[in-house]
Design a binder for this molecule. Structure first.
Ligand code: FES
Ligand SMILES: [Fe+2]
Length: 386
């Protein structure tokens, strides 16, 4: 991010703070509760939103060495990520080409050969078929070069392995738009996974996304964790195509008034939250990044993966990052408990719609993006929109 943009974003928030003002949309808005309850709408979201747009599958550091592998499940599909002996990351279905057994059982590891547990057909780390017992006698018509593992389109970019659905015609860089340069600025390719946790939450996936898009709740919901580090209800957001950037200034921002603006660094005094539509959030803090991955399972059930990414060359003791990861989990669990709390009362009819205040405008922008994608708007592209 250019120093000018960093200054601009900080200046805007310093101005609001000085005037005791808030970052406001023109009008409040409402979000129908049916959007979080309707299984039919959920099925369309799965197909038109998650099934149609690129998604981060893994951080490259989880698949670092040649011949390393990882399992993932996306939209119920068993996937196998392989880093070939040529260093290239590829994504395949974790399905044997003989009679369809799950080829790899281990969640992760390092292997030059993958041998099916049923009849021992085998593949190399590039997904190419290697051999099968009694192959010529049993399968005289089969051509080994056609028996490679079934591959999916993927790309490794900014230190993440991305899955690109068949129906997604565009380039990943265009989909990221301005975020392509900002991920380079964050330096996500120079990070390494320190710790990762998964948890199942009884709420709609959008509830999780919305919980990260406002600072209105900080003083209340996070009173025992991070509230004192942040200003009350002060944040800004910018829409970047389907994605969003939110700026969450820390109370230390006031120190900038004593510094020459040309020395201002955004990450020193604010968290930057990138909502990578639809399913990933990167919370960029001053010395590390938290990656929240959202995998919708049902209209009221969402699998989350919470990852602490530290600089790959960090010399800080393990305990320092353990503490960071633990604080992240405690704080995010405060959010996720509330998301479940909301979901549990949606069907009562007490509200027909949820209310978003003028300082919760990012939630409405997010829901508009979901709606556009459902309505089949031209494929999301990352052009800046203010
Ligand atoms: S099903 Fe995999 S080798 Fe037979
Ligand atoms: Fe929160």
């Amino acid at each position: 991010m250019s120093p000018e943009l960093q200054r601009q974003l900080l200046q805007e928030l310093l101005g609001l703070e000085a005037r005791k003002a808030l970052y406001l949309d023109d009008a409040p808005s409402r979000s129908p509760v049916q959007h979080y309850l309707d299984p039919e709408r959920f099925a369309r979201e799965q197909q038109r939103v998650f099934g149609a747009l690129p998604a981060m599958l893994a951080h490259s550091s989880e698949l670092a060495a040649p011949n390393s592998f990882l399992r993932r499940t996306v939209q119920g599909q068993p996937l196998l990520l392989l880093r070939g002996d040529d260093g290239v990351a590829r994504v395949f279905y974790n399905v044997c080409r003989h009679r369809g057994t799950r080829l790899v059982e281990a969640q992760a590891g390092c292997k030059a050969r993958h041998v099916c547990p049923y009849h021992a057909w085998s593949w190399n780390s590039r997904g190419e078929f290697v051999a099968a017992p009694h192959f010529e006698a049993g399968f005289p018509d089969a051509r080994p070069e056609e028996l490679g593992l079934a591959a999916l389109r993927c790309e490794e970019r900014h230190g993440f392995v991305w899955l690109l659905p068949e129906s997604f015609a565009g380039a990943l860089a265009d989909f990221l738009g301005p975020l392509d340069a900002e991920l380079a600025w964050v330096g996500t390719s120079g990070l390494a996974v320190h710790a990762a946790d998964t948890q199942l939450r009884r709420c709609n996936w959008k509830m999780i996304a919305e919980g990260g898009l406002e600072a209105y709740h900080f003083r209340v919901a996070h009173r025992n964790t991070i509230a004192k580090l942040f200003h009350d209800n002060l944040s800004s957001y910018q829409v970047l195509g389907p994605h969003m950037r939110s700026i969450l200034p820390r109370t230390s921002m006031a120190q900038l008034r004593e510094q020459a603006p040309e020395h201002w660094a955004l990450r020193a005094h604010a968290n930057v939250l990138y909502s990578l539509f639809p399913g990933s959030v990167l919370l960029v803090q001053h010395d590390h990044v938290v990656w929240i991955q959202v995998e919708p399972l049902a209209v009221d059930s969402t699998l989350l993966r919470l990852v602490t990414l530290k600089p790959a060359d960090s010399t800080a003791p393990t305990g320092y990052w353990d503490k960071n990861h633990a604080l992240t989990l405690t704080t995010l669990n405060e959010d996720f408990d509330l998301a479940e709390s909301i979901q549990s009362g949606l069907h009562t009819g007490a509200n027909t719609a949820l209310r978003f205040g003028r300082f919760e405008g990012a939630l409405q922008r997010f829901n508009e993006t979901v709606q556009r994608q459902l309505d089949g708007a031209p494929q999301a592209a990352g052009a800046a929109a203010g």
